[in-house]
Design a protein. Sequence first.
Length: 89
Amino acid sequence: MPRRFDIPEQHCPACGAVHSAVAPTEGNAMPQPGDITMCVRCGFLMSFGRGLVLRRLSLRKLQEAMESPDVVLALKAHASVVGDPEKPN
Ligand SMILES: [Zn+2]
């Protein structure tokens, strides 16, 4: 079972969901600044800054993230559970 790590309580910059913990998608390592994370509510991709503060990705970092099969898989898994925003209801 994946571990869960407490992070400072903060809001998703896209949807405002409150996040106070994260679960790694692989391994059981504590997240580090620069790691990519995703809002479980809206699927917004972010990274951790210093102190594990959630930050928006720069365009370059977003492009790099989208080249990762793990990130694409996570987005597809999110869309399969929450729904694809590109598809009408
Ligand atoms: Zn969100």
